[in-house]
Design a protein around this ligand. Structure first.
Ligand code: FDA
Length: 398
């Protein structure tokens, strides 16, 4: 029957294509549905157009989730090396950039073409562009009302991703379906996103826009404390760069972040030791550790004149200045939101899902995979690895 399938996958992005290909290649009759006119836009724009398609070190420790152990099973059954083997089979040239991050040498399009070819090998049927108006269940069979007519399937996999970058087709479809079937959600929030500050409070730092430096950045207290050593970038509205994106996925509204602008040096100690020997002004001394404009900014923040002679400055004042450089405390007023977020934190509560099959416990046959699930990877290829691994887990279970 033309519109009867073993599996209907909604969302032909990273996770959806992987899942459809795996199930199709196991002989299942699969249809893949997407509302977009253009295939897999998020893969296309990822990694600056070169797709950071996995990370060699991906493990549960690189993911944020209300249940940090949930992703372990899928990630261990389909590893970065497994995806890399597929990439090599398609002779896609790649390179390691930084901390295990693998990128295409040429273009993210190659990953899209590879996944499309894998779907073709599984004889996956396509409905695209196609809108899903309603999802219902008659007995054991799901009924999808779509702009391409009714579709019936024994299993439905929701792979419509999260809310980030609405202008390329992100929707809350997964969360609406979860609610319709009575499944719990972990409150979705923007993740891997630049942080912003109150415009008045940030005004003194606007001239620093464009400055980038490696920092230690942390948020949270005790057990929830998280720290990264990565680059930070000053922007007109706040802070960005890999370090800030990473910490944003752990940051709770209303709480501070702490930035160590010179991680390798105790600035207070260094200044106090220099006091006896240096005839320099503080404004001439600080730039040996910090970019000049940032050094000026930190002096202004502490009410210290750049022409103050180091030898004349009391230790107490140097300690305060050092502390503000080695542990600069700032409280963001928010983030740049889904418009700029690379991912959505939160999503379908993992307690609703089987970690082996990604199927919901309450609604047999209904699965959620990829970014729609409350598993959010760090920056650096971890989110795609979760998309592939959760897609394979569902695809193998059908
Ligand atoms: P994905 O978003 O890939 O796919 C969802 C699909 O569902 C889309 O095709 C969409 O059109 C479709 N859809 C949505 N609503 C629908 C509806 N109502 N009906 C039908 N279809 C619907 N990660 C990484 O590991 N390395 C990287 O280099 C990057 N780079 C990057 C850059 C930028 C700018 C962004 C925004 C994100 C990244 N990411 C990333 C994150 C990564 O792109 C993301 O985590 C995965 O694409 C998630 O895969 P999914 O398949 O879950 O969703």
């Amino acid at each position: 029957m033309q519109n009867q399938f073993d599996l209907a996958v909604i969302g032909a992005g990273a996770a959806g294509m992987m899942c459809a290909a795996v199930a199709g290649q196991r002989g299942k009759k699969v249809v893949l549905i997407d509302h977009a006119a253009k295939l897999a836009e998020k893969i296309r724009i990822s990694g600056g157009g070169r797709c950071n398609f996995t990370n060699l070190h991906a493990g549960p420790q690189n993911y944020v989730s209300a249940n940090p152990h949930f992703c372990r099973s899928a990630l261990s059954r389909y590893t970065a090396q497994d995806f890399l083997a597929l990439v090599k089979r398609y002779r896609i040239a790649y390179h390691e950039k930084h901390k295990g991050q693998l990128f295409c040498d040429h273009s993210a399009e190659q990953i899209i073409d590879m996944l499309k070819a894998e779907c073709d090998a599984g004889k996956v049927a396509w409905r695209m562009p196609c809108t899903v108006e309603a999802v219902g269940k008659d007995g054991d069979i799901f009924r999808l009302d779509t702009s391409a007519g009714q579709i019936h399937a024994a299993h439905v996999v929701i792979a419509t991703g999260g809310l980030s970058i609405p202008k390329i087709g992100a929707t809350d479809f997964a969360f609406r379906i979860a609610k319709q079937f009575g499944l719990k959600l972990i409150d979705p929030k923007p993740g891997l996103v630049p942080l912003t500050f109150d415009a008045n409070a940030w005004e003194p730092f606007v001239p620093l826009s464009g400055i980038a430096l490696e920092v230690d950045i942390e948020t949270g207290q005790k057990k929830s404390r998280m720290q990264f050593r990565e680059d930070l970038l000053f922007t007109h509205r706040g802070l960005s760069g890999p370090g800030v994106l990473q910490i944003s996925s752990y940051w709770d509204s209303g709480t501070p972040i702490a930035v160590n602008l010179v991680p390798e040096t105790d600035i207070a100690e260094a200044l106090i030791q220099n006091k006896a020997v240096s005839k320099k002004n503080i404004g001439n001394l600080l730039p040996q550790w910090l970019p000049g404009r940032l050094a000026e900014g930190m002096l202004a923040l502490n009410g210290v004149r750049p022409d103050a002679r180091l030898a004349d400055m009391p230790d107490k004042q140097l300690r305060k200045l050092g502390e503000s450089i080695n542990r600069w405390l700032l409280t963001p007023n928010g983030s740049e939101g889904y418009r700029k977020a690379e991912v959505t934190r939160g999503g379908v509560d993992t307690r609703e899902l089987s970690q082996q099959t990604m199927m919901t416990n309450k609604v047999p046959g209904l699965h959620f995979i990829g970014e729609a699930v409350d598993v959010t990877g760090w920056l650096g290829g971890y989110n795609f690895q979760w998309a592939w691994a959760s897609g394979v887990a569902a695809g193998l279970s059908i």
